[in-house]
Design a protein around this ligand. Structure first.
Ligand code: NAD
Length: 349
């Protein structure tokens, strides 16, 4: 199977490329603009693998995307390229609307033109899987969980742009008959995540003995899933999902932000006791504007229809993630020096 992916040099994308190429032996063309969020080191070990190629370029550039489709002739598309950090979307939304909305439209149009020209047998097998977030559903109260019937209620510029992209994908399926699938997943963690998100930022700050910022009262809840569990779910949805359907992906691991930061501190106390207790580094800072209080996913549908189940237990896999960052300083050192030093983003003036 030949898979055209967008955003394969980012956090989830690189885990998916490695899974598709190394574990499943599929051929992958990764189209990626290599923005600040991409790290070429994530896929360096595939440099000489004949099943992997990078086409550097912008998904908003229709002629580039169109040429990539015609040259590579994919059997399937997995669309991940996006601006992905809520705090950055609060500081400046233009790149989010551009890439997440216009970029998705460009991917869909290129896919549609290519798909329409395929012979019937290939046309029937073709799939376009759009990778999205549970944040499109807004914020939950103390009880319940999002499922496929939940109402769209995006509340940040990031989630609004992802909601728009979901609607475009459904519209291309409905109007043109493009065989689309949408997955909406909860918060991911694991190796190779850009250190602006809560878990890698906290790990690197703890490693360097810096303050560990916690937004507001620290009681906002996220439903954590290991990136390798997410990646396996995406492959199952691509291979077994029903055309036109949405699948919510999560691992039933809700934690408050404070619990996550405390779990990282507990791990560091075990891994590096001489610096402990790391909990003394926790620092409460002003809340994110419009901060959604709680996300939680009911993954029954994806489990029932594809047989997928998460395998990683949160606290254990979190400690593995910490160990990965400790062992892979070469992956993050130049990011911390040259690209992003961990300063607060997304505050209103
Ligand atoms: N990280 C999460 O917890 C999470 C959860 C659910 C869904 N998602 C979704 O999964 C996808 C991947 O998320 P991630 O965390 O890996 O993101 P990321 O920020 O780590 O990576 C994004 C990738 O997209 C590329 N990119 C950005 N703009 C581009 C453009 N205009 N043209 C081509 N490439 C471009 C970047 O270079 C980068 O490689 C996103 O669509 C995101 O909305 C993420």
């Amino acid at each position: 199977m030949r898979v055209l992916m967008s955003g394969g040099s980012g956090f989830i994308g690189s885990a998916l490329v490695l899974h598709l190429v190394e574990k499943l032996g599929r051929q992958v063309l990764n189209i990626d603009a290599l923005t600040y969020a991409a790290n070429p080191l994530s896929l360096a070990r595939l440099e000489h693998d004949s099943n992997y190629r990078l086409a550097e370029g912008d998904i908003c550039d229709f002629s580039f995307v169109n040429a990539a489709f015609n040259k590579f002739e994919p059997d399937a598309v997995i669309h991940l390229a996006a601006e992905s950090h809520v705090d950055r979307s609060i500081t400046g939304s233009s790149a989010f609307v551009r890439t997440n909305v216009f970029g998705t439209q460009s991917m869909l149009d290129a896919a549609r033109l290519y798909w329409q020209g395929l012979p019937v047998s290939c046309k029937e097998k073709f799939r376009f899987l759009h990778v999205s977030t549970d944040e499109v559903y807004g914020s939950l109260g103390d009880d319940g969980a999002f499922d496929e019937a939940s109402r769209y209620d995006p509340r940040s510029p990031y989630s609004a742009s992802k909601a728009a992209s979901d609607h475009l994908v459904h519209a291309w399926g409905h109007t043109y008959g493009l065989p689309t699938l949408v997955s909406n997943c909860s918060n991911n963690y694991g190796p190779r995540q850009f250190p602006e998100k809560l878990i890698p930022l906290t790990i690197l700050n703890a490693l360097e003995g810096k303050a560990l910022p916690v937004y507001g009262d620290g009681l906002n809840v996220r439903d954590w899933i290991h990136v390798e569990d997410h990646v396996r779910a995406l492959v199952e949805i691509l291979d077994r999902g029903k055309i036109g359907e949405t699948y919510l992906v999560g691992a039933r691991s809700e934690r408050t932000n404070l619990q996550v930061v405390q779990a990282i501190c507990d791990s560091f106390d075990r891994l590096r006791p001489s610096w402990g207790p790391h909990g003394r580094l926790v620092t409460f800072v002003s809340d994110r504007p419009g901060h959604d209080r709680r996300y939680g996913i009911d993954p029954t549908k994806v489990e029932r229809e594809t047989g997928w189940k998460p395998r990683k237990a949160f606290e254990l896999a979190l400690e593995e993630t910490i160990a990965w960052y400790m062992a892979n300083e070469n992956w993050w050192k130049s990011i911390r020096l040259d690209i992003y030093q961990g300063q607060r983003l997304g505050l209103l003036p």
